[in-house]
Design a protein around this ligand. Structure first.
Ligand SMILES: Nc1ncnc2c1ncn2[C@@H]1O[C@H](COP(=O)(O)OP(=O)(O)O)[C@@H](O)[C@H]1O
Ligand SMILES: [Mg+2]
Length: 245
């Protein structure tokens, strides 16, 4: 049976897409078939007369997921707003049932499906449902991407606590979208080990390129063995890792 993972973050623009890409690359390296999903993407620009979901396209590219883009990203919006509002602007009703159908289609053909949320965990997906509700509906655990800035201890602990109310949290990946001369950046990894509320699975530095070779190199900064164990895969030395159930 396929395993799912919901990738959320302490905020928007914290590196959910980059970390999801690194996870995809690391899991492909382990011989797993990796499906990716970005259920709703806002802030999309027109390309050849169609809205182009950049996150979904990037994740499809790096994971090698062959599913149609409409399955990977069923809802695409122009305004850079939370999906619930972007959908209202577009006169579209987001159906959780449709997202579930797309997810199940991906789960049929892949060992792991990585689902990137939009915004943070309580960002509204519809008038009545948040990103957290989506993770709950899909019955998958959460991974929290935390931006390496002053304040990340609180942001991470809040997100982990709210996620744990409804599902399990496999861990936190600290990521460095911006470089700044900031003492907190040097101490945050250790602080998250103490106070993050979930295992620290990785500490990603600021990257200068997202070329495949760079993604491959930095994907080793994530403890994939620990992640696979949390997802209840049998982790052996064999190139093909069998899901336990
Ligand atoms: N480790 C990193 N090194 C360099 N730039 C990064 C890193 N992580 C994220 N970024 C940049 O920060 C911005 C936000 O990252 P992204 O992954 O799109 O965040 P999110 O998916 O949470 O909105 C993007 O422009 C991305 O290229
Ligand atoms: Mg993103």
């Amino acid at each position: 049976m396929s395993k799912g993972l919901f990738v959320t973050g302490t905020d928007t623009e914290v590196g959910k897409t980059i970390v999801t890409a690194l996870l995809a690359v690391a899991l492909v390296e382990r011989g797993l078939r990796v499906g990716v999903m970005k259920p709703a993407e806002s802030g999309c620009l027109l390309e050849n007369g169609r809205l182009a979901p950049q996150d979904a396209q990037f994740l499809k590219h790096v994971s090698g997921c062959a599913a149609p883009l409409e399955v990977i990203n069923p809802y695409t919006f122009a305004p850079p707003l939370t999906p619930a509002l972007a959908a209202e602007h577009a006169g579209v009703t987001i159906s959780l049932g449709h997202i579930r159908t797309c997810y199940e289609q991906l789960a049929e053909n892949h060992d792991v499906v990585l689902v990137e949320g939009a915004g943070g965990l309580l960002a509204p997906l519809t008038a009545t449902h948040s990103m957290r509700d989506l993770a709950t509906m899909l019955q998958i655990p959460v991974l929290v991407v935390a931006a390496n800035v002053l304040g990340v201890i609180n942001h991470t602990a809040l997100t982990v606590t709210v996620a744990q109310q409804v599902t399990s949290v496999v861990g936190v990946v600290l990521n460095t979208p911006q470089t700044r001369d900031d003492l907190a950046i040097e101490t945050n990894a250790e602080s998250l080990r103490r106070w993050g509320g979930a295992p620290l699975l990785g500490n990603i530095p600021h990257l200068t390129t997202f070329e495949p070779s760079a993604l491959k190199t930095h994907s080793t900064s994530i403890d994939i063995t620990m992640l696979l164990e949390s997802l209840e895969f049998d982790v052996g030395l064999s190139p093909s890792i069998q899901p336990r159930s």
